[in-house]
Design a protein around this ligand. Structure first.
Ligand SMILES: *[C@@H]1O[C@H](CO)[C@@H](O)[C@H](O)[C@H]1NC(C)=O
Ligand SMILES: *[C@@H]1O[C@H](CO)[C@@H](O)[C@H](O)[C@H]1NC(C)=O
Ligand SMILES: *[C@@H]1O[C@H](CO)[C@@H](O)[C@H](O)[C@H]1NC(C)=O
Length: 254
């Protein structure tokens, strides 16, 4: 089944632990919304070498329950990895993060705003940049690019780079995937509205004319994934992640 790629809070350094999902919210566990996409793997020896996309984050979660000593947090992200399910490989995942206790997350935002950072899950730890405030109604542009055996994540706001990170590529990138992720603390994450991944362009190291056949939509809708150069560059205008109620087990990925 699907992995447990946890956007571990950078300043808490908790380990990623796979916890079964149940209908009553378990304490200190990670939950994943069941609205997500996977794109990959390309056929033959093709690899993903670049992805660009834009995200306007939804309103911050509502209806959450959180305690001061063990606050919840929610992350939404698109990431790239050699695997769609193996938590022994890196996941390059620039992420939006929110918590009722933003300070505990190292995020300088108010509780009405998200923070964003370039960030990488590795089997040892989460390696991320300092969180940057995302003002409400602000679309961010993202790039994940492989250059000289490094993966470079770039987050841009209004034309200005606000977060950037370079990590050594562990294995060639085979998948792009998304998630709505909740750390329950001793509470629950409530609900998160729908959001869109827009203007997604994926570049492969060599042409794969059948790449659109490995675009898997799990509880999401999307515009067609098309190529204008016989399979090297692929584009979709939008992918719609539906709203998730983290307290409703039928909204969770199991
Ligand atoms: C965000 O934009 C929408 C639509 O343009 C608008 O209705 C809403 O008031 C805006 N919210 C904020 C916080 O600016
Ligand atoms: C879509 O992304 C491309 C980069 O891949 C960029 O050049 C273009 O400006 C973007 N379009 C919009 C409408 O943002
Ligand atoms: C839980 O989610 C399912 C599927 O989205 C929905 O049909 C059901 O009404 C929800 N239950 C509650 C209590 O909201």
């Amino acid at each position: 089944m699907w992995s447990i790629y946890a956007g571990i809070p950078i300043f808490l350094g908790l380990g990623a632990v796979a916890v079964p999902v149940s209908s009553d919210t378990p304490k200190d566990s990670w939950e994943f919304g069941n609205s997500l996409f996977y794109l990959g793997p390309p056929s033959g020896s093709a690899e993903i070498i670049k992805a660009t996309y834009s995200i306007l984050a939804p309103a911050v979660p509502s209806g959450y329950v959180s305690s001061d000593d063990d606050p919840v947090w929610v992350s939404i992200w698109v990431g790239a990895s050699a695997s769609e399910s193996d938590n022994n490989v890196d996941l390059y995942q620039p992420l939006f993060n929110w918590s009722p206790d933003q300070e505990a997350q190292g995020c300088p935002a108010s509780t009405e705003e998200w923070c964003v950072a370039a960030s990488t899950y590795t089997p040892d730890s989460q390696i991320g940049q300092s969180y940057i405030i995302v003002p409400a109604n602000t679309t961010l542009d993202f790039e994940i690019a492989v250059e000289d055996e490094n993966v470079i994540q770039t987050v841009t706001m209004a034309g200005k780079v606000i977060s950037k990170q370079s990590d050594a590529l562990d294995y060639p990138l085979q998948y792009l995937l998304s998630s709505d992720e909740c750390y329950t603390g001793s509470g629950s994450c409530g609900s998160i509205d729908e959001w869109y991944i827009r203007n997604l362009t994926v570049t492969l190291s060599e042409a794969d004319s059948s790449f659109s056949s490995v675009f898997e939509l799990d509880g999401v809708t999307a515009a067609d994934l098309t190529t204008s150069d016989s399979g090297t560059t692929w584009h979709t205008e939008w992918i719609k992640i539906t709203s998730i109620d983290f307290e409703n087990s039928s909204d969770l990925d199991e």
